[in-house]
Design a protein around this ligand. Structure first.
Ligand code: ZN
Length: 250
C-alpha cells in the first residue's frame, strides 16, 4: 500500500488503418458526449462513418409527447452528424427506453451491418456503470451487447438468412467493436483539433438539452471536462477514450 495517488490511466492510440465505421447507439445524443469529436477526426481523414440510431429518443424529453419528440430528435441528430462530417444516419425506430437485449435486437443491427459493411463498429459504454457508482442506462447496455453479437451474426449466412435477398450478402469484415467512454477504456483518439466540431455536434441537441432543464449547463465546459481527462492519458489536450473488443481469434 502506498499513499500516492493512482497514476492517470495511460491510453494507446486507436488504429487508423481502416476505411469505414458504423456507429450504433440507442439514442440521438449518445455519440455526442465524447465520441463525436473522434468521428470528426476520422471523417477529416477521409474515412466514411455512418450513424445508426436504434431508437429516435422519443421518450427522452419529459415535457414533449413521443409523437412530436421522435421527429424532433431525429432532425437534431442529423444536424449533429453533419457537424462532424457524417452524411448518413439510419433510424431503426425501435421503442425508446424499453430495448431488450436478444435475438430481435441482434437481427435489426445485423441487417444494418450487412448493408453498410464497416471495418469498425462503434458504440458507447455498455458496462454497468460509467465508473464509480453512476449507473448506465438499460438501452445502452442492450445495444452494446447486441452489437457485439450482431457483427458476428452478420458474417454468418445461416444466421438471419431471410435478410440475404436482393443482393444483400453476409459481412464478416468488422475487425473490432469500440465502446466510447467506457470505464475500462484502454485506447483513445487525439481530438485536440476536432474538439470544436465535437462541441458543435453536441449543441445541435437543442430541444433535448433545454428539456433536461439543467440550469447553466454548458456543453463546451462539459465536453472539455470529459475530453481533457482522456487527453491526460494520451499526452494531448483532448482525447476521446474507447474500450476495444477485438473480433476473431488471435
Ligand atoms: Zn442514451
Amino acid at each position: 500500500m502506498t499513499d500516492e495517488p493512482a497514476a492517470p490511466p495511460s491510453f494507446e492510440p486507436l488504429p487508423e488503418d481502416w476505411q469505414s465505421a458504423l456507429c450504433v447507439v440507442a439514442h440521438p445524443d449518445d455519440i455526442e458526449y465524447g465520441a463525436a469529436a473522434a468521428v470528426a477526426r476520422w471523417t477529416a481523414q477521409g474515412k466514411r462513418v455512418v450513424y445508426c440510431m436504434v431508437t429516435s429518443g422519443e421518450a427522452g424529453i419529459d415535457g414533449i409527447h413521443p409523437d412530436e419528440c421522435g421527429p424532433l430528435r431525429e432532425a437534431e441528430e442529423i444536424a449533429s452528424a453533419r457537424a462532424v462530417g457524417v452524411e448518413d444516419v439510419v433510424f431503426l425506430r425501435l421503442p425508446d427506453g424499453v430495448l431488450e437485449y436478444g435475438v430481435g435486437l441482434r437481427r435489426a443491427i445485423a441487417e444494418v451491418v450487412r448493408r453498410e459493411r464497416p471495418d469498425i463498429a462503434i458504440t458507447i459504454n455498455f458496462r454497468e456503470t460509467f465508473g464509480g457508482s453512476n449507473l448506465n442506462q438499460a438501452d445502452h447496455i442492450a445495444v452494446g451487447k447486441a452489437l457485439l453479437d450482431a457483427v458476428r451474426d452478420a458474417g454468418n449466412r445461416w444466421v438471419f438468412p431471410e435478410q440475404l435477398t436482393d443482393g444483400l450478402e453476409p459481412w464478416g469484415g468488422v475487425s473490432a467493436v469500440w465502446a466510447g467512454g467506457s470505464p475500462r477504456s484502454t485506447h483513445a483518439a487525439d481530438v485536440t483539433d476536432t474538439f470544436d466540431a465535437g462541441v458543435a455536434s453536441l449543441k445541435e441537441h437543442r430541444a433535448y438539452i433545454e428539456g433536461l432543464g439543467w440550469e447553466g449547463w454548458d456543453p463546451e465546459e462539459f465536453l472539455d471536462g470529459i475530453l481533457r481527462a482522456g487527453g491526460q492519458g494520451l499526452g494531448v489536450t483532448h482525447a476521446s477514450t474507447f474500450e476495444v473488443f477485438p473480433l476473431g481469434w488471435g
